[in-house]
Design a protein around this ligand. Structure first.
Ligand SMILES: [Zn+2]
Ligand SMILES: [Zn+2]
Length: 127
């Protein structure tokens, strides 16, 4: 494993966020000032293929990268774009049963308003 790849993986594995490639690049740059954006992209691709991390496509927004490769879904805050993990048991089984088809996968895009943004809305609403 190259030093760059190790650095990038380390950044993802120690973060609790779902970062974009650019956010990962900015963090990597602090450790390795000479690292190029292209290197970050290339390594993210390699690590996704190797199953070390997971790429989360988000509509109208850059892809995010997830340290957890365990099966789980994501919901995105409509206001601030924050990505949260959600665990829904038996969804694939449910989809198979209700369609009668051998569903092999799905992309679920859940949208919500996160705690922080909800609080902001309430405060503004009381003004
Ligand atoms: Zn929010
Ligand atoms: Zn996740």
């Amino acid at each position: 494993m190259t030093r760059q790849r190790k650095t990038i993986l380390e950044i993802i594995k120690t973060s609790n966020e779902h970062m974009t490639a650019e956010e990962i690049y900015l963090k990597a740059k602090k450790v390795m000032p000479s690292i190029a954006m292209g290197t970050v992209y290339r390594n993210l691709g390699l690590m996704t293929e190797a199953g070390e991390i997971r790429r989360i496509p988000i509509p109208d927004s850059p892809d995010r990268y997830d340290k957890s490769v365990k099966p789980h879904e994501h919901m995105v805050c409509q206001e601030c774009g924050e990505v949260h993990d959600v665990f829904i048991d038996g969804l694939l089984e449910y989809l198979r049963q209700s369609t009668g088809a051998e569903i092999t996968g799905y992309d679920l895009n859940l949208r919500f308003i996160c705690e922080n943004c909800r609080r902001k809305d309430t405060i503004q609403g009381h003004r």
